[in-house]
Design a protein around this ligand. Sequence first.
Ligand SMILES: *Cc1c(COP(=O)(O)O)cnc(C)c1O
Length: 365
Amino acid sequence: MSRPIRGRVDLDALRHNFSVARRYGAARNTRLFSVVKANAYGHGLVPVATALADLTDGFALLELSEAIALREAGIQNPILLLEGFFRADDLPVLAEYGLTPAVHRLDQLEAIEGAGLPVQLPVFIKLNTGMNRLGFTAATLPAAQAFLAQAKAIGDVAYMTHFADADDPRGVDWQIQRFDALVGGWRGTVSLANSAALLRHPQAVRGWARPGIVLYGSSPFADQSAADLGLKPVMSLESEILTVQELAPGERVGYGGLFEAQAPTRIGVVACGYADGYPRHAPTGTPMLVDGHRSRLLGRVSMDMLCCDLTDLPQAGVGSQVTLWGGDLPADEVASAAGTISYELFCAVAPRVPMSHVGGQADVA
Ligand SMILES: *Cc1c(COP(=O)(O)O)cnc(C)c1O
């Protein structure tokens, strides 16, 4: 029999979360790029995109190979490449598959103009409004706009930016001001909001929003839970107890003996480790569920195993079901105990963990 660890993705919950995002954009007729980069945040690109295709206005991701995989799976929605293209050689592929790049350097506009493509390529011009990763600034944008004004090979132009602090008190207004100053009275397409801005900053909700994490049922905010936002968990990571150990006081468990039993302690050894994507830096006390009951991590996470506390769960034993996150245990709670964010938990789930998908059909009348 195969190792018992597995991921489960609830595509009905995904569709529900999309409808929550849609509601926040509805007042301003905002279109939504569902962000499916990094294998749909670890949830499985094609099943996720297929489940959203009839709902979403478009998809946004980074990897050209993933964009091609969407087209080959029959996805016809607009696709935005969030980091643009990386080599001029890729431009014929963008044209062939109908992919829209974000463009953040002048030489990329020149490359499009010089590529001899059979069709005009639409672009999202990325503006750096304070994140200071990618994008044109007040110093570099005028040359790009002058180039665009005479370009023949570039089709529809849109402007986009990305927020650094949409989920914290610094907010988005300072970046919106810079955006508006850069684009002047631009009346065409724009794209600003990630999940946090879509849910919390209506002034950022224009044109196309780009929600990612809320679709997967986690909160972008430290001070508001996913349940409070009406979101449902999508991924659960589950495994089983392989064996049980009884520790006498003073005995330790695992590498480094980080956990030392103070009293008689019953330990469950779980088939899940950092090679499955569970964070190695999760400390003793990180929550998990055993047969639906709260338990906690004990000691250091190994490559293929971790230990949990069964002292108060006498009925649990070999074969008991362990939920590392998902269902009644929010990934946000596990992430916070482990000093990370649910984005990282989801993206880190290793390819060796089989992921199954349930639901996801449009409601049949
Ligand atoms: C990842 C990403 C998003 C989605 O962010 P969430 O916080 O998951 O909503 C939006 N825009 C860009 C440019 C991104 O890279």
